[in-house]
Design a protein around this ligand. Structure first.
Ligand code: SAM
Length: 271
């Protein structure tokens, strides 16, 4: 069967998406791009894919919609539990000690590529449960998918989505409502959902912890390095970085220190 896109058209779209987001399409995932573009043409009643290309080069909003449509948003509460065990037993105690030594009591966290919010809500619940009472945590949750951010902002999740939440957390931090669960306001208030494309520098700085899991896996090496350097600049001097368990900084020229604990591996900025 003939490809939906000519090689030339595939190149135009994949280069534009890469330039705008870092997301990389190659022959192995070309079918995903083709299927998303087919849907676009159908919903916008356009006949030629080049009509759509010309549209997005002039229409910033539609370009954002295209980027949103090519993202993979799979996520879940307490995804990769060892990361949260390492947070509880290692990162939180270390940061509390360091903050106390400086007379401070606020921990700033970034969930970069937060999808529909399960990751930042997991972090917020964990911080609420394990931080000393006089400490606070502020979480910035960002993504380039506006659709996902809207879901995250509601704090509502269907029954099938909360299965990974341990019972004690479910009881303490969510309310049962019709067809699902609502995150309690004390947890929702800890998080600011914000549109942000990791192709750009963050307007926020001084993060003590950055979670960017299962995001750079969709980028090529150069785009990965750009994002990791951007995190370095946005982090406080002794901050921690968690990336997905199938992602690695191995072979990348960064100054992050690899930390191996009994629970999980992650990275530390050492200046
Ligand atoms: C597979 S989800 C991971 C969600 C969560 N971090 C987790 O591990 O469960 C990847 C998310 O990264 C976002 N993303 C991809 N490229 C991005 C970029 N350039 N800027 C911001 N977010 C991006 C996607 O929209 C998607 O929601």
């Amino acid at each position: 069967m003939a490809d939906f896109l000519t090689d030339e058209e595939f190149k135009l779209f994949s280069e534009l998406i890469y330039k705008e987001s870092g997301i990389t399409f190659s022959t192995t995932n070309r079918a995903i791009l083709e299927s998303r573009l087919k849907e676009k043409l159908r919903s916008m009643q356009l006949e030629k894919v080049m009509d759509y290309y010309n549209l997005i080069t002039h229409d910033a909003e539609e370009k954002k919609n295209l980027l949103d449509s090519v993202t993979t948003n799979l996520t879940r509460f307490f995804r990769n539990m060892p990361h949260f065990e390492a947070m509880e037993h290692f990162v939180i105690p270390e940061l509390v000690k360091a903050k106390r030594a400086k007379g401070k009591n606020k921990i700033k966290i970034w969930s970069a590529g937060c999808s529909t919010g399960e990751e930042p809500y997991t972090i917020a619940m964990l911080m609420k449960k394990h931080l000393p009472p006089n400490f606070t945590a502020e979480i910035i949750a960002s993504d380039l998918s506006l659709k996902c951010l809207l879901v995250g902002k509601t704090g509502f999740y269907q029954d099938s989505k909360v299965t990974g939440i341990p019972d004690d957390y479910l009881r303490m931090y969510l309310d049962k409502v019709d067809n699902g669960y609502q995150i309690k306001s004390e947890i929702m208030n800890m998080i600011n959902f914000d549109y942000h494309n990791l192709k750009n520098d963050s307007k926020h700085t001084d993060f003590d912890i950055v979670f960017c899991r299962n995001v750079i896996i969709y980028f090529d090496e150069a785009a990965q390095k750009d994002v990791i350097d951007r995190f370095w600049r946005a982090m406080s001097p002794e901050a921690y970085l968690f990336i997905g368990h199938s992602e690695s900084l191995f072979g990348m020229n960064t100054k992050f220190e690899f930390i191996k604990t009994d629970w999980a591996c992650f990275y530390k900025k050492n200046t």
